[in-house]
Design a protein around this ligand. Structure first.
Ligand SMILES: C[S@@+](CC[C@H](N)C(=O)[O-])C[C@H]1O[C@@H](n2cnc3c(N)ncnc32)[C@H](O)[C@@H]1O
Length: 288
């Protein structure tokens, strides 16, 4: 007696039940994306063919993806990609998954420079290269130096710069902050450095804590360990009239604004901008 092959609808329901039992976020969406990936199509393709029977080779491609998701691994690492500001980025466990909050840094840069301006910027702690790559695609005459302490992250950034055809305008450098740069005249420095305090690990989800690189998450006990050396580097490399865009945790905003006035001067123009969730997330400064 032959056993009927399960339909796509039945498999989607089964995968959703499995991921719900494993307490994974958005179990239905995860199931749909994983099954679509395993079958080599899109989510839309699934809905057009829900009664299609799935054979063993197809089920065999779904199972390992499902097991990874069931263990809490983020979707972006399983699929190897994440969208940021409308662009597709390659991601691996060596880089932080780019967050929607970080898109605010792009929005702020768009207010500081016109699209046809020729300027030079640094992206410090570039990770996947999301900020550097997106800015270079939006500003076709800009040039960039992107740094990271992690060589693995720089490999991912290089892949993304080349994928979006802006690699010829970006120099990638492995190093601590901007320590390798002597006195320079950069027009803009953007940075999303690690800013979570090691004391606050309890506030992080399992997906973040167990899978994302700790080098990208934690900035010492209180999360602010890199801020003073970073701002000292900024002081050395920024051009007069140049700018800074820095992502922080909302609780760090008063401290960083105070530091900026201390390291630079009271004449520094400082603005604080809120992310989509209404939290103060980006500090924008223009130096006298
Ligand atoms: C929060 S992630 C940001 C990644 C990316 N810029 C983004 O916004 O998605 C911080 C990045 O800073 C890097 N990093 C950590 N300490 C650093 C240091 N001392 N100097 C340079 N980069 C550092 C990490 O490897 C990581 O890639």
């Amino acid at each position: 007696m032959s056993v009927a092959s399960p339909t796509l609808r039945e498999i989607l329901d089964k995968c959703t039940r499995f991921l719900t039992e494993k307490r994974v976020d958005s179990p239905r969406l995860s199931a749909e994306l994983l099954v679509a990936e395993a079958l080599g199509g899109s989510r839309l393709d699934l809905f057009l063919d829900l009664d299609k029977p799935l054979r063993e080779p197809e089920l065999a491609r779904i199972r390992p993806l499902l097991v990874r998701r069931g263990s809490g691994e983020p979707m972006a690492y399983i699929l190897g990609r994440r969208e940021f500001y409308g662009l597709d980025f390659h991601v691996s466990p060596e880089v932080l998954i780019p967050r929607p909050d970080t898109e605010l840094g792009i929005e702020r840069a768009l207010t500081m420079f016109s699209r046809d301006e020729c300027f030079f910027f640094a992206d410090v702690g570039t990770g996947s290269g999301a900020l550097a790559t997106t800015l270079l695609t939006l500003f076709p005459y800009a040039h960039c130096i992107a740094t990271d302490i992690s060589f693995g992250a720089l490999r991912v950034a290089q892949n993304n710069l080349l994928r979006h055809r802006v690699g010829d305008r970006c120099l990638l450098v492995q190093g601590n902050l901007l320590g390798h740069l002597g006195p320079s005249r950069l027009d803009l420095i953007v940075a999303n450095l690690p800013y979570i305090g090691e004391r606050n690990t309890a506030s992080l989800s399992r997906e973040v804590l167990d899978f994302e690189p700790h080098l990208a998450l934690f900035g010492g006990a209180d999360g602010d360990e890199l801020f003073v050396p970073f701002l000292e580097d900024v002081q050395r490399v920024v051009a007069p009239g140049g700018g800074l865009l820095m992502e922080v945790d909302p609780v760090q905003v008063p401290g960083v604004c105070h530091l900026l006035q201390w390291v630079f001067s009271r004449k520094t123009e400082i603005g604080v901008y809120k992310d989509l969730g209404g939290h103060e997330r980006y500090i924008q400064a223009r130096f006298a």
